[in-house]
Design a binder for this molecule. Structure first.
Ligand SMILES: Nc1ncnc2c1ncn2[C@@H]1O[C@H](COP(=O)(O)OP(=O)(O)OP(=O)(O)O)[C@@H](O)[C@H]1O
Ligand SMILES: [Mg+2]
Length: 271
């Protein structure tokens, strides 16, 4: 008798789907027929050499880059197209703004507003978008600053904060709009080594205490191993290999993954 496998009704539909996504800057193709999907609540690490397209992927999700071909689907809705009276149209600014509201992003270089205090940086977006009143935004902002260990720095300007503190403000700012999906792009690579841990600890807490979907681009392979449910290794805009961190880091199948990991280790990053 053949083995009957019941359909897995628990299988969730993906929160993010890249369908044959291509991205070119002029003549240079940086994403090439890219397909992958992410489950709700999944913690994904994106690794790969410089120029492999990792930041472009996150920027696309933030609607900061458009696709050249293919489609990105978020919660079943196309990021790049709108359908009106059965017609496919390019996404309007209003559509992009709505789609963007699911995402929060933290950048390598913090990108804080230098002339605003920590709390002003955190409250700006929720007030400007009309999501919260000033008082509500401040209450939420102070809670978030407390969560990242900066309750006492609310009134400080970025110039008076350490790199690790600035990055924690940037994380609080990304959380202020209560995103479903958090995008983290090499958030520790501009930090002095002794400040890396305080930032990674905040990310570990978010990973363990929230149901946010998280996409992390990193060269911190040791952290990626602890953080990720799944690791994607990119090269030249394609996924070379993907799998659970135990497999990718301990027993990669592809020579290219092996040689990348060797180089990263040689550069002093622990695996
Ligand atoms: N706005 C742009 N105009 C032209 N080329 C770009 C632009 N943005 C990215 N690129 C190119 O696209 C490719 C992929 O860049 P991307 O920043 O996504 O790589 P990455 O994997 O994040 O690299 P790194 O590890 O150095 O951050 C690179 O060759 C880059 O030079
Ligand atoms: Mg990058």
């Amino acid at each position: 008798m053949g083995l009957h496998v019941a359909p897995n009704t628990a299988e969730q539909s993906p929160i993010i789907e890249f369908r044959n996504v291509e991205k070119s800057f002029g003549p240079i193709k940086v994403l090439d027929q890219l397909c992958f999907s992410v489950k709700p609540g999944e913690h994904l690490a994106l690794i790969g050499p410089s120029g492999s397209g990792k930041t472009t992927i996150l920027r696309m999700l933030m609607t900061l880059e458009s696709v050249t071909a293919g489609d990105v689907i978020v919660n079943g809705v196309s990021l790049n197209h709108e359908y009106k009276s059965g017609k496919e149209l390019p996404a309007s600014e209003a559509h992009l703004r709505k789609m963007r509201s699911d995402f929060g992003m933290v950048f390598q270089h913090f990108n804080l507003f230098p002339h605003k205090t920590a709390i002003q940086n955190v409250t700006l977006a929720p007030v400007l978008t009309g999501l919260l009143s000033k008082a509500e935004a401040k209450e939420r902002g102070l809670k978030l600053l407390k969560k990242v260990g900066l309750a006492d720095k609310a009134g400080e300007y970025p110039s008076r904060l350490s790199g690790g503190q600035k990055q924690r403000v940037a994380i609080a700012r990304a959380l202020a709009l209560q995103p479903k999906i958090l995008l983290l792009d090499e958030i520790t690579s501009a930090l002095d080594p002794e400040l890396v841990e305080e930032v990674l600890n905040v990310i570990t807490d978010l990973r363990n205490e929230t149901d946010m979907t998280m996409l992390l681009v990193t060269h911190e392979m040791g952290f990626a191993k602890d953080f990720a449910d799944r690791v994607l290794f990119f090269e030249r805009g394609k996924i070379v290999e993907e799998g659970p961190p135990g497999e990718i880091f301990q027993a990669p199948h592809h020579e290219r993954t092996k040689s990348f990991l060797r180089k990263v280790i040689a550069a002093g990053h622990r695996v």
